[in-house]
Design a protein around this ligand. Sequence first.
Ligand code: KG4
Ligand code: ZN
Length: 348
Amino acid sequence: MYSRFKIVQKPVLLAIESSCDDTSVAIWKDGNVLSNVVSSQIEHVQYGGIVPEVASRAHQESILPVTEKALSDAGIDLPEVDAIAVTAGPGLLGSLIVGMSFAKGLALSLNVPLLAIHHMEAHVLAHFAEPPYPGFPFLCLTVSGGHTQIVRVNDFLDMEILGETLDDAAGEAFDKSGKLLGLGYPAGPQIDRLAQEGQPIFPFPKPQLDGYQFSFSGLKTAIRYFIEKETRQDPDFIRHHLNDLCASIQAAIIQALMEKLIRAAQDTGITTLALAGGVSANSGLRKAAQDAAHQYGWELFIPDFAYCTDNAGMIAVAGYYKYLEADFAPLDLAPAARMPLPNRSIRH
Ligand code: KG4
Ligand code: ZN
């Protein structure tokens, strides 16, 4: 691909992620993430969910200090940076605009190329932030607050979605169910912790869906009706059964995820499996995936926690492979709230 920029062999990248409620900047050099600074917004806790306008304002406040910390943690000076990678979508538009505008300003002032990164592609490529790296092809279950996908990964920049959620994402299912139990936002980590002291004794219905599709909105409704019914007899039902409720909710979500992942592995014959996204921090999901790996002979990869949740380290990895292809973005590129996974086939 023609480019007015010279491709250097071992580029230093500055990567920016601001698609949701985390402001993150990472520095990449010599195939390694040297620093990966994340500033998580606590402003949303009081609202019980992410407020987009509050998120973009918080990004504006933190993007500069987070960038300065990422550079100083890495021991890199700004003029050493060879390219800027930034999340272009999908995500909250106001949040994306903050990161994109800042990235464009840096690219322009340093006269270096801009790399536009797909957030979900980056979640998958988080597996290449640190060894051990999965071999191609592999299947990745990407589960976050915004997405639930089974992705077939053929190469660094060649992936296709086999199935995804028709409504709520798995993380949303955790967060919305937790809200019904009176837990604060985000409820996912709390449900994980409380479930460890409980048993999955309450059966919640499982959606019957074709292929590798998921649906979690029915679970939320089933929990609401169940709690309404039970609290009529015992007004303190939630408090009396909190651990078992959490264990039951977590088990229902994990069962739905694992059933489709196992089916996808069997149908494709792929035996290298991976988890990505914030929900892959869930201890029950990790254990279920490890058990399945043992049972079906998979090689299983779960990134370090820092690379599971939203972070710029994963944007840096995706940026590096795009940089090698000289796949640079124009400086008038607009971020997008919705963005299909790029359909391309680039072989190395
Ligand atoms: O990937 P992520 O940081 O942000 C998005 O791109 O959405 O994922 C955040 C989601 C939230 O819904 C949060 O509740 C969930 O991941 N989460 C968990 C756990 N840790 C984070 N869900 C269940 N168990 C956990 N341990
Ligand atoms: Zn994410």
